[in-house]
Ligand binder design. Sequence first.
Ligand SMILES: NC(=O)C1=CN([C@@H]2O[C@H](COP(=O)(O)OP(=O)(O)OC[C@H]3O[C@@H](n4cnc5c(N)ncnc54)[C@H](OP(=O)(O)O)[C@@H]3O)[C@@H](O)[C@H]2O)C=CC1
Ligand SMILES: CC1=C(/C=C/C(C)=C/C=C/C(C)=C/C=O)C(C)(C)CCC1
Length: 344
Amino acid sequence: MSLFTFLKSRPIFWLSVAGTTVGGACFIKDLMQGCNFTKETDECNTVAIVTGSNTGIGKETVRELARRRAIVYMACRDMKKCEAAREEIVLETKNKFVYCRECDLASLDSIRNFVSTFKREQDSLHILINNAGIMRCPRMLTADGFEMQLGVNHLGHFLLTNLMLDLLLKSAPSRIVNVSSLAHTRGEINTTDLNSEHSYDEAKAYNQSKLANVLFTLELARRLKGTGVTAYAVHPGIVDTEIFRHMGFFSNFFAGLFVRPLFWPFVKTVHNGAQTTLYAALDPDLEEISGVYISDCKIQMPAPVATDTQLAKWLWAVSEKWTRAEILEVKTVKNTVPILKDVV
Ligand SMILES: NC(=O)C1=CN([C@@H]2O[C@H](COP(=O)(O)OP(=O)(O)OC[C@H]3O[C@@H](n4cnc5c(N)ncnc54)[C@H](OP(=O)(O)O)[C@@H]3O)[C@@H](O)[C@H]2O)C=CC1
Ligand SMILES: CC1=C(/C=C/C(C)=C/C=C/C(C)=C/C=O)C(C)(C)CCC1
């Protein structure tokens, strides 16, 4: 009888195999969780907006901002889901200054309505977190005819940010956090068919939109230099959220039963997935830094194409035209401080 045949017949052998597998999976899971933003900050009187915050990374981001006593606006398209998430967060954090307001990033009108409502209620904004996202959906169009992933992930946030710039400038130091992805490294800006009208590939469209997030951050930082408003692009890690909802391989019943458990050790929990966003939004050490790409709470180099300033300017010009955004002429602090010849 070989050693293996002998072991196979012993229940203790199978118990130890199962124990090692579970232990190994937990060990890998622990290794994959990445950074934790533990620096205590008091955000009392800080006004923040988080888009797409009824679930996933956005919801966790709101939870932590609320725990730190911020006034938080959850900008969501589904008011029922938003209210359920808000209630849970208010009960848990005892912070009642958490509000749900409708904002469908797939509609320029909805974004404009959200901005008007917000400006009627608040006269400052310190943190804008452009988090909402949709990944690898079949070809769909927004209310204004934009390909959905480009429309929601980039163009909607482009308009929202520009409409909020007056408040952000007034409230400086203030921050804009664009939730991008490592997927930007596989992205290309299709300058001849940005809206995927001639051909559509769901993965290419997602990667393009996430590259657009980094290029938008770069151009924002350039335009806002010296104003006290800073911009960051972040990669949250691979996080167990509903982002896979359009990918049958991950989201159907069979996947839930067999595929997800296989991936479980390799993905971050939502709590850990929100840490890099929180770091970018809150860490005082970043106050003088802008236009950077952050992954695992560390400034990292993005893909070379994401540092192309000409491409960033091109994307800005097209986005400005398509969203009909009124772009504020930004005066830097240097320009606004009166100089001697203005005073005498
Ligand atoms: N999870 C991951 O591994 C990674 C995620 N990211 C990025 O993180 C961000 C958050 O995603 P995650 O939490 O994972 O995904 P989820 O799918 O869990 O959350 C996405 C959020 O965006 C909202 N949203 C989608 N479309 C719109 C819209 N038209 N208007 C307003 N809100 C909308 C969703 O609302 P609703 O529930 O109503 O659809 C939801 O609240 C995204 O930008 C994503 O690209 C980046 C890298 C990896
Ligand atoms: C294939 C594969 C993995 C899954 C990768 C996934 C699920 C990536 C998701 C990326 C997302 C959501 C990007 C968003 O911008 C693991 C688990 C790392 C293990 C190794 C092989």
